[in-house]
Design a protein around this ligand. Structure first.
Ligand SMILES: [Zn+2]
Length: 396
C-alpha cells in the first residue's frame, strides 16, 4: 500500500528531478511527511519472523485474535495460531491496520486455518469440505437426474445449503467422505413433455336404395387427427411422481370416413314402403316366388330350415296350427282389418289367442304342407282380400 505522503513525495521529486538536487528533495520529503502524515510509534506483528501486520497498539492485535476465534469454526482456535512477536517501530499513521484487517492477516498467515464450506441439510450440518470440491459433488448429484435431450430442471427436495467459512484444517474432510450423504440427497426433476395423440375419425354412412342390402362402398377413407398434449412431469430421484396436463393443441383435424350402404332387399330393386318388420332375419333369405306369379297370393321367401319367422307387426294370434295346404301356419290379426299369414313352418312358437309384438319369433322355417323346399310363404290380408304383401315388407 502506498501512503498519500509517499505518493506526494514521489510526485514532487519526479517533477523536479532535473532542476533540484537530491538533498533538497530529501528535506522536502521529510517536511511533507511531518505536514501530511505524521510520524508515530506503532507495532509490527511477526509470525515466524515475517511481519504480517502493523498495529497502532497491542490491544488491536488481541482484539483481532478474539475476532479470529469467533470467525473460525473449531475448538480452541487460538492455540493453533503461531506465536506472535510484537515489536515497537516508528511508522506513519496511515500504515496501521484495523482489527478486521489484522484478523484477516492472522487467518492468512496461519497454516492451520483454511477456507472451506459446510454442507447443510435442513439446518443440520452434514460435513465440511473444500468449497469447490463440495460444489462439484453437489452439482453432480443434481445433474445425475437430468434427462438427456430435454430442458428439465433439477433441484433438491430439501433445503440444501453450502456455507463458506474458515475452519481449522483438522475439521475439514475430504469430499469423498461425504459421498454417501451427498448421494442420499433427494432430487426433484421437472420436465415439460409433449406427446402426440391421435384423434379418431367419424364414419358418415349414406344409405341408398339404389344398391342392394349388403352393398358397402368406402367413398372416402377416414384420417386420424393429431393433438399434441403438453404435460408437466415431476420425477423424484428418477421416479415419476406427478404428471399434470398443461395444455393440448390440435395440429391436424380428423377427416370423416364416408361410406355408402345399400338398403334395397336382395331380390328387389326399389323399396316402396316398409310399414312392417321384415319377417325373416336379414341376409338369409331370397325371394323365390313373388306375389302374383301364376296367381300366387303371397310371396315366397326361401330360407334355411329352422330360420326364425318373426311377427311383421304386433297383434293377436288367430290361427296357429296345420291349415290346408299351408302346413304349419300362423295368422296374426293386427286390427283395422289387417292380418298376416306365415306358412310351411317346421315348428310353431305361439298359440291362438296370444298377443305378439313386432319382431317376436312366432315359428321356424320349414317345408310343411304343399311345399317343395324350405321357405316362408307370407300373405297380407286387407279384410278378406289377399293383397300384394311385398310393399309392406319393403320389397317391390
Ligand atoms: Zn307361396
Amino acid at each position: 500500500m502506498e501512503t498519500k505522503a509517499r505518493a506526494l513525495s514521489k510526485k514532487i521529486s519526479f517533477k523536479n528531478i532535473i532542476a533540484v538536487s537530491f538533498s533538497v528533495v530529501s528535506v522536502f520529503a521529510i517536511f511533507a511527511c511531518m505536514i501530511f502524515g505524521g510520524v508515530k510509534l506503532a507495532y509490527n506483528v511477526k509470525f515466524d519472523k515475517k511481519v504480517i501486520t502493523t498495529v497502532s497498539n497491542k490491544e488491536v492485535y488481541y482484539a483481532a485474535v478474539d475476532i479470529v476465534a469467533d470467525i473460525v469454526e473449531g475448538d480452541d482456535v487460538v492455540s493453533y495460531l503461531p506465536e506472535a512477536e510484537i515489536n515497537a517501530v516508528v511508522t506513519i499513521n496511515d500504515t496501521v491496520e484495523s482489527c478486521d484487517e489484522v484478523a484477516d492477516a492472522i487467518i492468512e498467515n496461519t497454516d492451520e486455518i483454511i477456507s472451506a464450506s459446510r454442507l447443510i441439510l435442513n439446518g443440520e450440518v452434514l460435513g465440511t469440505a473444500d468449497t469447490s470440491d463440495l460444489y462439484s459433488a453437489v452439482s453432480a448429484r443434481k445433474a445425475a437426474f437430468d434427462i438427456e435431450g430435454t430442458q428439465c430442471e433439477s433441484e433438491f427436495c430439501d433445503d440444501v445449503i453450502i456455507e463458506e467459512g474458515y475452519f481449522l484444517k483438522s475439521e475439514v474432510a475430504d469430499v469423498s467422505e461425504l459421498g454417501e450423504k451427498i448421494s442420499s440427497l433427494s432430487v426433484k426433476t421437472t420436465l415439460k413433455e409433449s406427446t402426440e395423440q391421435s384423434i379418431p375419425y367419424k364414419t358418415v354412412t349414406n344409405k341408398t336404395d339404389s344398391k342392394p342390402a349388403g352393398y358397402v362402398n368406402k367413398d372416402r377413407a377416414g384420417e386420424y387427427g393429431v393433438t399434441v398434449v403438453t404435460s408437466g412431469v415431476v420425477y423424484v430421484d428418477g421416479e415419476e411422481t406427478e404428471r399434470v396436463t398443461l395444455g393440448s393443441e390440435v395440429i391436424k383435424e380428423p377427416v370423416d370416413e364416408i361410406v355408402t350402404v345399400g338398403t334395397a332387399r336382395k331380390s328387389a330393386g326399389r323399396v316402396v314402403s316398409s310399414g312392417f318388420t321384415f319377417p325373416l332375419p336379414s341376409g338369409v333369405w331370397e325371394v323365390s316366388c313373388p306375389y302374383g306369379k301364376g296367381g300366387h297370393k303371397g310371396v315366397d321367401l326361401r330360407a334355411p330350415h329352422g330360420t326364425s319367422i318373426m311377427a311383421a307387426a304386433s297383434g293377436r294370434v288367430t290361427l296357429a296350427g296345420v291349415y290346408r295346404d299351408y302346413g304349419n301356419c300362423v295368422i296374426i290379426d293386427h286390427g283395422n282389418g289387417l292380418s298376416t299369414l306365415y306358412a310351411h313352418a317346421s315348428k310353431l312358437c305361439v298359440s291362438v289367442g296370444e298377443y305378439v309384438s313386432a319382431g317376436e319369433v312366432i315359428a321356424l322355417v320349414g317345408s310343411t304342407g304343399n311345399s317343395t323346399g324350405n321357405h316362408l310363404h307370407f300373405e297380407v290380408y286387407v279384410g278378406s282380400d289377399r293383397v300384394n304383401p311385398q310393399p309392406y315388407i319393403g320389397l317391390r
